[in-house]
Design a protein around this ligand. Structure first.
Ligand SMILES: *[C@@H]1O[C@H](CO)[C@@H](O)[C@H](O)[C@H]1NC(C)=O
Ligand SMILES: *[C@@H]1O[C@H](CO)[C@@H](O)[C@H](O)[C@H]1NC(C)=O
Ligand SMILES: *[C@@H]1O[C@H](CO)[C@@H](O)[C@H](O)[C@H]1NC(C)=O
Ligand SMILES: *[C@@H]1O[C@H](CO)[C@@H](O)[C@H](O)[C@H]1NC(C)=O
Ligand SMILES: *[C@@H]1O[C@H](CO)[C@@H](O)[C@H](O)[C@H]1NC(C)=O
Ligand SMILES: *[C@@H]1O[C@H](CO)[C@@H](O)[C@H](O)[C@H]1NC(C)=O
Ligand SMILES: *[C@@H]1O[C@H](CO)[C@@H](O)[C@H](O)[C@H]1NC(C)=O
Ligand SMILES: *[C@@H]1O[C@H](CO)[C@@H](O)[C@H](O)[C@H]1NC(C)=O
Length: 523
């Protein structure tokens, strides 16, 4: 029997509705590394028309990337931090670029009703791009929020300015707003939010969390989103300046995804003159797609499929104990040590003298063990094993425990730790481990040409980072980058009010008492 056309149609419709709303095991992610068009450096603020003109130029380029990603089936696309207005602003010159971004609970589709919270041309355009292409769009823009004397922290110009990520769903609705908590020291144009915001949202392809750039080095909100709120994927707009050997974008961000066992969609700004390049689609088993380009000024779109819920996938690692192996073996013989600097931190180093061997280097509480075999030992390249256990204090304060195997810049041991981007030494195998006091350790492997290792590197449950059969390219560094968050100094926004602030609040209190007295007298 043939069913009535109308009932057939309605069953198809119901089926489509189910497909659209039911959970997906996999989804397609896109990130766009954008070569941002910068504003002219001016001392005076431009008009809001001029500000919008520049932002529209950048959004014209993002629009192409969004359309291409959608055409290729992407469910979500991440664009970079500062990707719409650039950087190098003062507080005053940034102001014309800002919009009031409401709490997503307002249930707002700017594409339908752009004036509801005042002028919002940027949010309107992003919302329409999301809706017209039926794709989630993640972007980084600036939020402004008025405040007054009742708030002792209110800046003297009467408003806050926040570095803000926004997410519009595939209907164009604003579903997430996140104010960056760990501002980089040069971001004087922005204010800190009062406390770290834990921003998440659900989709049919998993639970998402979001933060920005420098946030990835700190506990809040980054670690809390993964360990407490159990998000499946982190959205990560960034404007990351690469620092070798341990903090280049592709290296550190892929390592964070592996260490935290979470998906991470990282979209970097592209500005080679500022060492900004390196975006990727990372998962608990490593990099699915990445891009690193110091040759051109071109933007690049990356697209890759990911598990919607990596924690229930078969490749998910059971909990790693990062110190188990290292704490339970008899340390290898320690050779003669020397000191050297990596990004202002004083490491203890020991040279890899023979073609194969076992070596231990210690600093304070941390001992690093390495077993290795080189395919051939070259005369013109020197490798060291290094250990660092201490507070990093330049461009931010954070406590590190690091075990690293790295190539020195040249055969002079004084160059160990300096930037080097190429190598020729192939390792047949290695195992690196350390007696970490923290269980937050990010395993990095960086190969010649600042490339990631596709596969063949493994993290074992006992905390060894191993390669049994060597890597596809020569090694720049193999590193266990540990973060001991408990030893970090307090966040700048959480330091109790001092000086001006304290005097101000004391002053406000005085005024309040006078005001009460006044009311009392009048009544
Ligand atoms: C930033 O702007 C100032 C002027 O406001 C200019 O002197 C400086 O060169 C600019 N820096 C960069 C990196 O563009
Ligand atoms: C997401 O869904 C989970 C259950 O699947 C629920 O517990 C949680 O409250 C939801 N979160 C949000 C932000 O809607
Ligand atoms: C970029 O990196 C190189 C090599 O590490 C360094 O010499 C240079 O100062 C960096 N440039 C900027 C703008 O930080
Ligand atoms: C950059 O883009 C231009 C124009 O699309 C193209 O001709 C050039 O080959 C690209 N360069 C690289 C290194 O991809
Ligand atoms: C890991 O193993 C060490 C050494 O056996 C043990 O002291 C520590 O408690 C373990 N850590 C975790 C997080 O299970
Ligand atoms: C390194 O130690 C392992 C046992 O831990 C041993 O099997 C191996 O022979 C040693 N390698 C060298 C070169 O000493
Ligand atoms: C390493 O090579 C051996 C022999 O070729 C092979 O049996 C083993 O599976 C390889 N291991 C990995 C992790 O690829
Ligand atoms: C705050 O007040 C104290 C005295 O109460 C004074 O010594 C200090 O200079 C003031 N600080 C500022 C920044 O005004």
């Amino acid at each position: 029997m043939i069913s009535e056309p109308s009932s057939l149609l309605s069953s198809v419709f119901v089926l489509l509705m189910i497909l659209k709303t039911s959970a997906l095991d996999k989804y397609i992610a896109a990130v766009y590394e954008h070569s941002v068009i910068l504003s002219e450096a001016t001392q005076k603020p431009v008009s809001s028309e001029e500000a919008l003109k520049l932002m529209n130029k950048n959004m014209d380029i993002l629009e192409e990337a969004i359309q291409t990603a959608a055409t290729q089936g992407a469910h979500i696309i991440v664009t970079p931090e500062d990707g719409i207005y650039g950087f190098n602003f003062t507080r005053e010159t940034l102001y014309p670029y800002l919009e009031d971004i409401p709490d997503p609970q307002a249930n707002w589709i700017p594409c339908d009703d752009s004036q509801r919270f005042g002028p919002a041309p940027v949010q309107e355009r992003l919302s329409c791009l999301a809706r017209d292409n039926s794709i989630y769009v993640v972007a980084n823009i600036g939020d402004k929020k008025q405040c007054d004397y009742m708030d002792p922290k209110c800046p003297s110009d009467g408003h806050y300015q926040y570095n803000t990520n926004v997410v519009f769903d595939s209907d164009g609705k604003l579903v997430a707003r996140y104010h960056k908590y760990n501002l980089f020291k040069t971001e004087v144009q922005f204010d800190f939010p009062k406390k770290p915001e834990l921003v998440t949202f659900n989709t049919s392809f998993g639970k998402f969390g979001i933060f920005t750039c420098f946030d990835i080095l700190f506990h809040d909100p980054a670690v809390t989103l993964v360990s407490k709120l159990k998000v499946d994927t982190i959205l990560f707009p960034t404007a990351w300046m690469n620092v070798l050997p341990h903090l280049t974008a592709v290296e550190f961000h892929s390592a964070w995804a592996v260490g935290m066992q979470v998906n991470l969609l990282s979209a970097n700004t592209h500005k080679t003159g500022m060492n900004m390049t390196g975006s990727g689609i990372y998962a608990p088993d490593g990099s699915h797609a990445y891009h690193y380009d110091v040759e051109s000024e071109n933007g690049t779109l990356l697209i890759s499929e990911l598990n919607s819920r990596p924690s229930v996938s078969p490749t998910y690692l059971p909990m790693v104990n990062w110190s188990l192996y290292a704490s339970n073996i008899k340390p290898f013989p320690e050779d003669r040590n020397f000191r050297g600097l990596i990004f202002f931190d004083e490491f203890t180093f020991s040279k890899l003298k023979s073609q194969a061997g076992n070596l231990t280097v210690c600093q304070k509480d941390l001992c690093c063990h390495l077993s290795y075999r080189m395919i051939e030992q070259r005369e013109d390249e020197v490798y060291v094993l290094g250990a660092f256990d201490g507070l990093h204090v330049v461009e931010g304060e954070y406590y590190l425990q690091i075990c690293t195997l790295l190539k020195c810049k040249n055969t002079d041991l004084q160059t160990c730790g300096e930037s080097v981007t190429t190598a020729h030494t192939h390792f047949g195998s290695f195992s690196l481990s350390g007696t970490f006091s923290t269980n937050y350790v990010f395993p990095e492997v960086l190969l010649s040409g600042v490339q990631l290792a596709p596969r063949g590197i493994q993290v074992l449950n006992d905390g060894q980072l191993i390669s049994q059969n060597g890597t596809s390219k020569p090694i720049l560094t193999v590193t266990l980058f540990g973060r001991w968050y408990e030893k970090d100094p307090p966040h700048p926004a959480q330091v109790p009010l001092r000086g001006y602030g304290q005097n101000m609040s004391a002053l406000s209190l005085q005024y309040f008492l006078v005001f009460l007295l006044f009311i009392h007298t009048v009544l």
